[in-house]
Design a protein around this ligand. Structure first.
Ligand SMILES: Nc1nc2c(ncn2[C@@H]2O[C@H](COP(=O)(O)OP(=O)(O)OP(=O)(O)O)[C@@H](O)[C@H]2O)c(=O)[nH]1
Ligand SMILES: *[C@@H]1O[C@H](CO)[C@@H](O)[C@H](O)[C@H]1NC(C)=O
Ligand SMILES: *[C@@H]1O[C@H](CO)[C@@H](O)[C@H](O)[C@H]1NC(C)=O
Ligand SMILES: [Mg+2]
Length: 397
């Protein structure tokens, strides 16, 4: 036998023996994975807190985050039990396309989290087709039941109409608008109860016409899960006082009746005035939220919402979901459960947050001006948040 022939035989032998072994190994590997990490519809795996996932904090491990997401030899990226949620009208199509296009490009094309898109009217076929075409992710469209949306029958319409007239006279933004009030009430007490939301724990709220200004090199949902955070924000602002004249007193009446819901290490200091202890108007801007729905579905918030709702303030005044969420989060959670997402560059209307951490800003390929954005301008409550964090000793925890 010639040397060449011998070499060929060895190769054939190796192929015959090794190929089945490799196939067998791959099969077993998949069986093992199936048993521990169930695949969901879109194939990336869920992960639970107990699993050994690569930990990535927003300020570190950006390269790992990219590898984890981009290197398919590692299998699909680990994902949290989470979804985007967008409330929109059919007329919001262009703005919805814009927001989804940006979040896909800056983040979600690497993670493929699903979307839930809700409307108080049926979405048109055109809306659904166009939006579905923007992403390989699962996109589900939901029709909000009337009873979760319209002004309740027990609201005294005469009194509500009078309040609207007064606000129009005073020039309060959306002061004469009933649908805006419906939307605020829905976003306060109903979004997390919609059937399409039931299968998820975390949500990231997005609105039409917002901007994501930087590449996001980590998974904020997994961050929430691993750090056991409950509520995440990027912008904090002052509320228009005329929209919430009795909100704070109503909230206080509730906590007087239910002192058991107050967290011992709460964030009251963020939302109250130093001397008087009254509401300072500060709230996390809820057009951006990443949060754990267990909180909203839980006893404290459910009771709180029902109490506020029954007082009629969504219609006799014009309570926003942002101050309602913020007051609840600040009272019923320990402050360590609230997270400021510095790495997520974000814009709603003309207000932007741009990463304050220099390295994150540089790595994010950001479309915003470093330290020249809204964060520390007059309307912002970021300074109040910082002050609260410093004086409560949160930083060192
Ligand atoms: N389906 C539906 N969605 C609505 C309605 N009104 C508002 N929305 C949505 O609710 C969210 C908040 O509404 P916006 O009009 O953006 O209110 P805002 O953010 O307080 O005010 P802007 O400064 O105008 O952005 C957005 O996602 C809107 O698309 C409505 O009547 N029907
Ligand atoms: C995700 O969370 C929801 C709500 O908590 C829960 O009902 C569901 O079973 C969870 N799904 C998975 C795959 O863990
Ligand atoms: C807040 O923290 C304290 C001390 O760690 C703990 O005992 C309490 O249960 C926490 N409260 C809530 C609402 O998580
Ligand atoms: Mg908006």
């Amino acid at each position: 036998m010639s040397a060449a022939k011998r070499a060929r035989l060895v190769l054939v032998f190796l192929a015959l023996v090794l190929t089945p072994l490799l196939v067998l190994y791959n099969l077993l590997k998949d069986v093992h994975r199936d048993a521990t990490e169930p695949f969901d519809l879109n194939s990336p795996t869920w992960s639970s807190a107990s699993e050994d996932v690569v930990h990535l904090s927003p300020s570190e491990g950006d390269e790992d985050a990219n590898n984890l997401a981009d290197d398919h030899s590692l299998g699909p990226p680990k994902r949290a039990n989470a979804t985007f949620i967008i409330l929109a009208r059919n007329s919001d199509l262009a703005g919805t396309v814009q927001s989804i296009t940006e979040i896909e490009q800056r983040f979600n094309k690497r993670y493929q989290y699903p979307y839930v898109i809700l409307n108080d009217q049926e979405f048109t076929a055109d809306f659904k087709r166009t939006v579905t075409g923007l992403t390989p992710s699962l996109v589900e469209f939901g029709l909000i039941p009337r009873e979760d949306w319209v002004q309740p029958v027990w609201i005294d319409e005469e009194r509500a109409a009078e309040a609207r007239r007064k606000m129009v006279d005073e020039g309060v933004k959306y002061g004469g608008d009933v649908t805006y009030r419906n939307m605020c009430r829905f976003n306060s007490g109903f979004f997390y109860r919609q059937p399409l939301m039931q299968k998820y724990k975390y949500y990231w709220r997005i609105e039409p016409n917002v901007h994501f200004l930087c590449d996001i090199h980590f998974d904020p949902f997994l961050f929430m899960q691993e750090q056991e955070k409950v509520y995440g924000f990027t912008l904090a602002v002052h509320e228009i006082a005329a929209t919430v004249p009795t909100l704070w007193d109503t909230a206080k009446t509730f906590t007087d009746q239910h002192p058991e819901y107050l967290a011992s290490d709460n964030a009251l200091g963020f939302i109250t005035r130093f001397r008087s202890g009254g509401y300072n108007g500060c709230h996390f801007w809820s057009n951006f939220e990443i949060a754990d729905m267990d909180f909203f579905r839980g006893e404290a918030y459910s009771q709180f919402f029902d109490f506020l709702d029954r007082s009629g303030g969504y219609y006799y005044e014009r309570w926003g979901d942002a101050p309602v969420h913020s007051i609840a989060v600040s009272l019923f959670l320990n402050a360590s459960k609230i997270h400021f997402f510095d790495p997520i560059g974000y814009q709603h209307d003309d207000w932007r947050h741009c990463p304050l951490d220099r390295a994150t800003f540089e790595e994010g390929n950001c479309d915003c001006d470093y330290k020249k954005e809204f964060d520390y301008s007059g309307g912002s409550c970021k300074a109040q948040w910082d002050h609260f964090v410093r004086t409560s000793g949160l930083e060192s925890r």
